[in-house]
Design a protein around this ligand. Structure first.
Ligand SMILES: [Zn+2]
Length: 586
């Protein structure tokens, strides 16, 4: 009976459409698919018709057959899952792209691994004046949790070595690099940074927290414009291959690496027709105060790249209120659990920060604030609330980035104030770094509200998900899996870490699609599969709704479409056979 109905309905619609005249043929017609649209009114469909870069129809394969013309490219999806293209709502794309040619330490497990990798990289790159790399984590250094220059000197002494921690908040230099930068016992700490020193001698240990890393980066060699462009092209290929169609760049204070300093490169890629990702930019605003010339630059970027631009949108600002839990630089309301003498500190004085937020809010500029400690999160919420009241603005959708800890009373404020919670689900991956360093520092009292995804969601907060690449992989499928499980690949801890904060698959997908689009005022153009929206979609090798969630991280993208154009296509289609092993996505 049900089968009969299924056949009867499309036939009726098809003959009706015929009577009403055939629609303009599609450029691209995807049929025989399982289309998850992320639209509540029509969550599932079988086919999508695309013309002039936009979705023109979503429905059954039979219904949409009428969009087939002589020049229509038809893709038989072989019952594969199709979803809207994924956003990365928080990324450092240029920095990540440049890191692709550097030494990567993401997979090392301990100091010996790191030393081996540094030595091998130095030997393989005899012409490199500096050995630059990234990706070590705090748990690799035992109880101390901070690296020391002598361990690098032991493997490379004749050339400078500078290695960024996985989170981008701490650097590790050898003696040669410290000497070239003139960092000595008597060098004062820069504002918002700490040169870690030997408690007996005062000599720098080689660990450099926060802005102290800039002292070294300033003397390290900078890539040329052509090298940066080449890196961006490589990064775009990886992003498209992972299923990303839109990235939201978060400005930062790393010299020569903040994307907002390189609008011209993105412009060039766009002019040359090479941009295969939609890009939203945010201008980095340094503490401690918004000067007239800062505002001028922000407004110029917004004028040249209006937020409504489909490809390269500006008009947002990124600020840092604090650091990270692991190095005790996140600003907390009460002392750290492992050291009652430490409470972290704010990079902005609260008054200056609130004034800057109010001014930007008044000018219609969206604010993204990095806030990891519960004290920083509260200050950002307070500032957004006061700005809206003072300026009588609404729907500004200011965002808070990371929110690793939060006071219980602040959880419902996201929904109430319509502040976006920008999370990176893989940051809560319960590995050694999280369970031994992060949790030891943050403490068990804060634990139930660590990355409080479900609590903020349930109280009406909008969420947007991303990676923070190069902090973790830009491949979103690891993030989707961790959003649902909060469990390592080895299945630890059983039942997931703080199971109450896990999300459903539908929620996780929404955070990477419609929620992410909403977080930059793009929900009417992107984020779901709906007629009239931009044709950004992906075809996957497996049906996430039918598989064991522990397999989600293995997902491979078979096709990525941006603006109706196929920007990535794997050999797995159209034969729809079992996909081959993934190409390397860092
Ligand atoms: Zn970031």
């Amino acid at each position: 009976m049900a089968g009969l109905m299924k056949i009867a309905v499309p036939v009726f619609i098809a003959s009706f459409a015929l009577a009403a005249g055939k629609p303009l043929p599609a450029d691209l017609l995807i049929s025989n698919a399982r289309v998850y649209t992320v639209e509540r009114s029509q969550p599932w469909a079988e086919a999508v018709a695309i013309r002039d870069g936009k979705i023109v129809a979503v429905g059954s394969s039979d219904e949409l057959a009428k969009y087939r013309g002589a020049r229509t490219r038809v893709v038989d999806a072989g019952q594969r899952l199709i979803m809207p293209g994924f956003f990365d709502s928080h990324i450092h794309f240029l920095e990540g792209s440049l890191s692709l040619v550097q030494l990567r330490l993401d997979e090392t497990k301990n100091l010996a691994d790191i030393q081996k990798a540094v030595k091998a990289f130095a030997e393989a790159h005899p012409q490199a004046a500096w050995i630059l790399g990234r990706g070590w984590s705090y748990s690799e250094f035992g109880r101390e949790t901070l690296p020391n220059k002598k361990d690098l000197d032991a493997v490379v002494a004749d050339r400078p070595v500078l290695l960024e921690g996985f989170d981008g908040h701490t650097y590790w230099a050898n003696s040669k690099a410290l000497a070239l930068a003139g960092v000595r016992a008597e060098t004062p700490n820069p504002p918002n940074g700490e040169i870690v020193r030997d408690p007996r001698t005062g000599e720098p240990t080689g660990a450099l927290k926060e802005a102290a890393g800039d002292l070294l980066l300033k003397v390290a060699p900078q890539p040329s414009a052509e090298e940066r462009l080449a890196a961006l092209r490589q990064g775009m290929r990886l992003a498209n291959q992972a299923g990303l169609t839109h990235i939201i760049n978060c400005g930062n204070d790393t010299p020569g690496a903040s994307d907002d300093q390189f609008f011209d490169l993105y412009d060039r890629l766009r002019r040359q027709g090479e941009l295969t990702l939609r890009v939203t930019m945010s201008d980095y605003q340094a503490p401690d105060g918004l000067r007239a010339e800062d505002l001028k630059k922000i407004e110029a970027d917004k004028r040249n790249h209006p937020p409504s631009d489909d490809w390269l949108a500006g008009g947002a600002v990124k600020m840092f209120l604090d650091g990270v839990i692991e190095s005790h630089t996140a600003a907390l309301l009460a002392p750290y659990a492992d050291d009652p003498a430490k409470i972290g500190s704010l990079r902005w004085t609260p008054d200056h920060y609130k004034k800057a937020v109010a001014e930007l809010d008044k000018q219609g500029i969206q604010v993204f604030t990095h806030a990891i400690g519960d004290r920083a999160v509260r200050l950002a919420l307070d500032a957004y609330e006061e700005a809206a009241t003072r300026n009588r603005t609404s729907d500004a959708r200011h965002r808070i980035e990371h929110i690793e800890t939060i006071s219980a009373q602040d959880i419902p404020r996201f929904g109430k104030l319509n502040v976006i919670a920008s999370f990176q689900p893989l940051h809560a991956y319960p590995d050694d770094d999280t369970m031994n360093v992060w949790l030891k520092n943050a403490g068990h009292e804060r634990e139930p509200r660590a990355w409080a995804w479900q609590s903020i969601w349930k109280t009406g907060g909008h969420e947007a998900f991303g990676s923070d690449w190069p902090v973790v992989t830009l491949n979103p499928w690891d993030g989707v899996q961790n959003a649902i499980l909060r469990q390592t690949r080895e299945g630890k801890p059983a039942g997931g870490w703080i199971p109450d904060q896990r999300l459903s698959l539908e929620q996780a997908i929404e955070g990477y699609t419609l929620g992410a689009a909403y977080s930059v005022h793009r929900e009417h153009e992107e984020g779901s599969i709906k007629p009239g929206k931009l044709a950004d979609l992906i075809i996957l090798n497996q049906n996430l709704f039918a598989i064991d969630p522990r397999k989600i991280a293995e997902t491979q993208v078979l096709m990525t479409i941006v603006g109706g154009k196929i920007v990535y296509e794997s050999p797995g289609l159209p034969q729809a056979k079992a996909a081959t092993k993934a190409q390397v996505v860092p």
